[in-house]
Design a protein around this ligand. Structure first.
Ligand code: BGP
Length: 464
């Protein structure tokens, strides 16, 4: 048996988010996800929306006990802007939201679960989309900083790890390029760039607020670095991968860690005739708002190739320069359509070490979503999710290698603790250590729960 030890004090736990777990109970405002479901329920798998989610709003006390039983020493969730804030223009909090989050924080603390609080997980208030055009408008960055300040004032004494955004790239990509999240625009490259710039700025402004308040904790952001792998070593395919990296990966990590926008990114915009939509002053703000750490979500790589046919679209979009490449014969998770390639987690870890000053970082999401897990129930009714244990084992082995080689990783968070609602995929694919029946909201441990507990308690991966 091989024993792969992890650094002392390593964070073990899972991530989730407010909009995917709490349910809409008691919220005074709609997020864009709530509004999307109201306007187009047919977009959602099995017609299930975010109103109930996994009922964390009522069950969080028991849910934290369950997480403890999975060996968690930490957990990330997000505050919903639309729950905490009553008045978006002033940042005035809603007492009911304050009471809820205060109790969530206390409950986790009492059980010795370190809470990482995130401020934005795809859930912009619908009112700000309607009034300002959402993240396309710089004003939303200022309003986000007001909201962040309120959160720091309320909970800054109790929380020592904060993050500003989860996967801001997905906001631009899914909402303005790929058309699969609200507001469902396709190939609006210029708007996508505005969203990227303004979310990066919003994060920097929040970091700056936090640092000005001289609180005791640390603040970071959570990004998805989906490695771009070229189809071949031809100049054209290499360029396609380079552009994908520049646009989809490096923009946010450069902005958050170095406080810069790269020449390569600016060159790409120039090539598309897009004028930079930031002011000199914004570049200084990025510099003043660099993070203390980063969280990186990793699920799958993205294989790309040079375009083989011209893309027909009215506006500039980064998809003009590359297209996805489905390599035959690779391992795929068929339920999600995502390639399984654990060694990329090693590459990501080494990228942080080599290109970003070996900044402290952690794996903030990694996991495998599987459809219809009920078929894996054993005679006792427990879901035997061996595939999930194997998935994590392989990824943790790759991570361990990078840590051995000096990558400054301080934790691993699975996606996720309990099965949860996942945007338009709703409850299609299940990711949890704990199953949730979306009709009855009943919970049950899967086999992976006790496996994870042993992993966390040993602070080591034991390989058979
Ligand atoms: C990540 C998001 C999570 C979660 C996860 C799985 O990108 O940060 O919020 O949704 O993906 O997504 P899905 O359920 O769509 O497979």
């Amino acid at each position: 048996m091989d024993r792969l030890p992890f650094p002392e004090g390593f964070l073990w736990g899972a991530a989730s988010s407010g909009p995917q777990t709490e349910g809409a109970f008691g919220k005074k405002h709609e997020s864009i996800m709530d509004a999307w479901f109201r306007k187009a329920p047919q977009d959602f798998y099995d017609g299930i929306g975010p109103e109930l989610a996994s009922d964390f709003y009522h069950q969080y006390r028991e849910d934290f006990q369950r997480m403890k039983a999975c060996g968690f020493n930490s957990f990330r969730t997000s505050i919903q802007w639309t729950r905490l804030i009553l008045d978006f223009e002033t940042g005035e909090p809603d007492p009911e939201g304050v009471r809820f989050y205060r109790d969530v924080i206390e409950t986790a603390k009492d059980l010795g679960i370190r809470l990482i609080l995130n401020l934005h997980h795809f859930d912009l208030p619908e009112a700000l989309l309607e009034k300002y055009g959402g993240w396309e408008n710089r004003n939303c960055a200022e309003l986000f900083a007001l909201y962040a300040r309120t959160a720091f004032e309320l909970f800054g004494e109790d929380i020592d790890l904060w993050t500003t955004f989860n996967e801001p790239m997905v906001i631009a990509e899914a909402g303005y390029l790929g058309g699969f999240h609200w507001p469902k625009y396709r190939n609006r490259g210029k708007a996508a760039v505005a969203v990227m710039v303004h979310t990066a700025l919003a994060s920097a402004l929040a970091v700056k607020e936090y640092k000005n308040m001289r609180l005791h904790g640390k603040i970071g952001t959570i990004l998805n670095l989906t490695p771009a792998i070229p189809r071949s070593q031809s100049a054209e395919d290499l360029e396609a991968a380079e552009i994908t990296e520049t646009f989809f990966n490096r923009f946010f990590i450069d902005a958050a860690v170095k406080g810069t926008i790269s020449e390569k990114f600016i060159g790409l915009l120039k090539r598309g005739g897009i004028a930079p939509m930031w002011k000199e002053e914004d570049l200084s703000l990025l510099k003043e708002g660099t993070v203390d750490f980063i969280g990186l979500n990793y699920y799958h790589p993205l294989r790309v190739k040079a375009r083989e046919s011209e893309l027909e679209c009215e506006e500039w979009t980064p998809y003009l320069y590359f297209e996805e490449y489905g390599k035959p014969g690779v391992r795929i998770n068929p339920y999600r359509g995502w390639e399984i390639l654990p060694e990329c987690l090693y590459d990501i870890a080494m990228t942080v070490k080599n290109d970003y000053g070996n900044l402290p970082w952690y794996v903030s999401e990694n996991g495998m979503g599987v459809e219809n897990e009920a078929r894996f129930r054993d005679a006792q009714g427990m879901i035997q999710d061996r595939y999930r244990i194997d998935f994590y084992t392989e990824h943790l082995t790759a991570l361990h290698k990078a840590i051995e080689e000096g990558s400054n990783c301080f934790g691993f968070h699975a996606w996720t603790a309990m099965d949860c609602w996942s945007w338009n995929n709703a409850y299609k694919n299940r990711y949890g250590f704990i199953s949730v029946d979306p009709l009855t909201e009943k919970r049950a441990f899967k086999a992976s729960a006790s496996w994870y507990k042993a992993l966390a308690e040993n602070n080591a991966l034991i390989l058979p």
